[in-house]
Ligand binder design. Sequence first.
Ligand code: 5GP
Length: 120
Amino acid sequence: MNNLYDVNNIFAKILRSEVPCNKILENEYALAFSDINPQAPIHTLVIPKNPYINFHDFTKNASTKEHESFWTLVNAVIEHYKVEVEGFRIITNSGNNGNQDVPHFHIHLLAGVNLGRMMN
Ligand code: 5GP
């Protein structure tokens, strides 16, 4: 584990079942659940089950199997909501400049409405 990883962040608590979540799907290495403060009709978070701080940490240090499981689950959520054709947006925030609030790597999957242009 990255020694800067905060084991008490809210997603770590969700993974330990100390805090509830609205689970959408999971597999061996990843979990998808609804964002508590949705910014679109569909707003799902996908997180790895192992402790990675952000995109760079995950991409650099996760195993091939973890990468495969993570992106497979993202695609499974896309198929779950049947938004392959109408579209969606995937966002990951990292660090202070990215305004990342929860220091456990996650992607936001937003869909269900036209999301407008980026950075309005
Ligand atoms: P970030 O700014 O780190 O990219 O996004 C963190 C996201 O986590 C926010 O969209 C926020 O609404 C969501 N969030 C924060 N606390 C909780 C929680 O306890 N449960 C769930 N499901 N989402 C949370």
